[in-house]
Design a protein around this ligand. Structure first.
Ligand SMILES: *[C@@H]1O[C@H](CO)[C@@H](O)[C@H](O)[C@H]1NC(C)=O
Ligand SMILES: *[C@@H]1O[C@H](CO)[C@@H](O)[C@H](O)[C@H]1NC(C)=O
Ligand SMILES: *[C@@H]1O[C@H](CO)[C@@H](O)[C@H](O)[C@H]1NC(C)=O
Length: 318
């Protein structure tokens, strides 16, 4: 009986360990809503919410991660509440410039803006704040201008910022990539559970994959949601960067669709705030923050996690 249950436990571990994060050493907390990029010299940069966009670097995605300072030590020049508490960075290379998108908002407010900063090296101390992208919101608009993510339509000079939200889900707008250029359209929404946000659009094979976070993101130490309602990472896909996006069962992402990529399992709780990066060495990786239940549920205790993505079925598996 003991033997049988040990085998059962071992099999379960084998099965579930597929979703456990790969190694991380050094400073693996201070990693809320991470954004990852690898510089040509092999240095990995991690940007995260808080500390005026905290920058950490490492010689390897596995670490050891070292804190390097804030990207925007003076906060943002955008004249909105929250301009000293910047959220949800996204980093992208366009030509020989790096762009850092960030959100200015306050929790539960629709008075928000997506700002942008520029650097040629990624290093702390080299970022110039360019202020607002023009992607802004207020209570009269059907979206919330937070959580921007840049995607280039392959083979063209078209750029889109996918963003939001809570309010009416996730939207996208054409950008230059430093300025808004046209109207915003909804790409994902769940009428039964509008708590979806933090989009990432990633091109692989013939598809653009829209990853997003669903559920309750934060404050688990004070107010834990019902089981299954915590943050988790979902996906839909489309042949176009602007949609329409559908999930594996053919459901529209604008009407509650979304296929689970990574959720709570074993000691990983509430993974989200994800990004996807085509690592030159490792191939496509999914990265995110999560609660390690063996450490604690506080937002400051959340850790950086990452996994390789296997797209061989046409859908991302970690
Ligand atoms: C990163 O670390 C892993 C695990 O230790 C190792 O296999 C890999 O070769 C390292 N990559 C680089 C670029 O150093
Ligand atoms: C973050 O990690 C560092 C070292 O790994 C540790 O000293 C610190 O207490 C951690 N912070 C929180 C809020 O858990
Ligand atoms: C990807 O997943 C398929 C099964 O869906 C498997 O056959 C293949 O070996 C996996 N590739 C890698 C690199 O793990």
């Amino acid at each position: 009986m003991v033997l049988i249950s040990s085998i059962f436990v071992a099999l379960n571990l084998l099965h579930f360990s597929r979703g456990l994060p790969e190694a991380c050493t050094g400073i693996c907390n201070n990693s809320h809503d991470p954004a990852i990029i690898r510089r040509a010299d092999g240095t990995y940069f991690r940007f995260s919410t808080g500390g005026r966009i905290a920058i950490h670097t490492a010689p390897n995605i596995t670490g050891p991660w070292t804190y390097r300072g804030p990207a925007l030590p003076g906060g943002s020049s955008i004249n909105l509440a929250g301009n000293q508490d910047l959220w949800a960075p996204d980093v992208a290379q366009v030509g020989n410039q790096y762009y850092l998108y960030y959100s200015v908002s306050t929790f539960g407010s629709q008075n928000s803006a997506i700002g942008i900063a520029r650097s040629t090296s990624l290093d702390a101390g080299t970022w110039t704040d360019l202020g607002s992208t023009g992607v802004v919101s207020n209570p009269s608009l059907p979206y919330n201008a937070i959580d921007g993510n840049l995607i280039n339509e392959e083979g063209t000079s078209n750029y889109f910022l996918t963003f939001g939200s809570f309010w009416n889900g996730i939207h996208r707008v054409r950008v230059t990539p430093t300025q808004k250029h046209g109207d915003a359209y909804q790409v994902a929404f769940d009428p039964r559970d509008p708590a979806i946000e933090g989009p990432t659009v990633f091109k692989n094979g013939g598809f653009y994959y829209l990853f997003f976070s669903k559920g309750s993101c934060c404050g688990y130490d004070k107010n834990r949601p019902a089981a299954g309602k915590e943050y988790r990472i979902m996906v839909c896909r489309s042949t176009s960067p602007v949609g329409p996006f559908i999930d594996r069962d053919g459901r529209s992402c604008r009407n509650g669709g979304g296929t689970l990529v990574l959720g709570t399992n074993q000691w990983v709780y509430g993974p989200g705030g994800q990004g996807v990066y085509r690592d030159p060495v490792l191939g496509p990786i999914l990265y995110y923050h999560y609660v390690d239940t063996r450490i604690g549920f506080g937002d400051g205790q959340k850790k950086f996690g990452w996994n390789r993505i296997n797209f061989s079925s046409g859908w991302p598996v970690v």
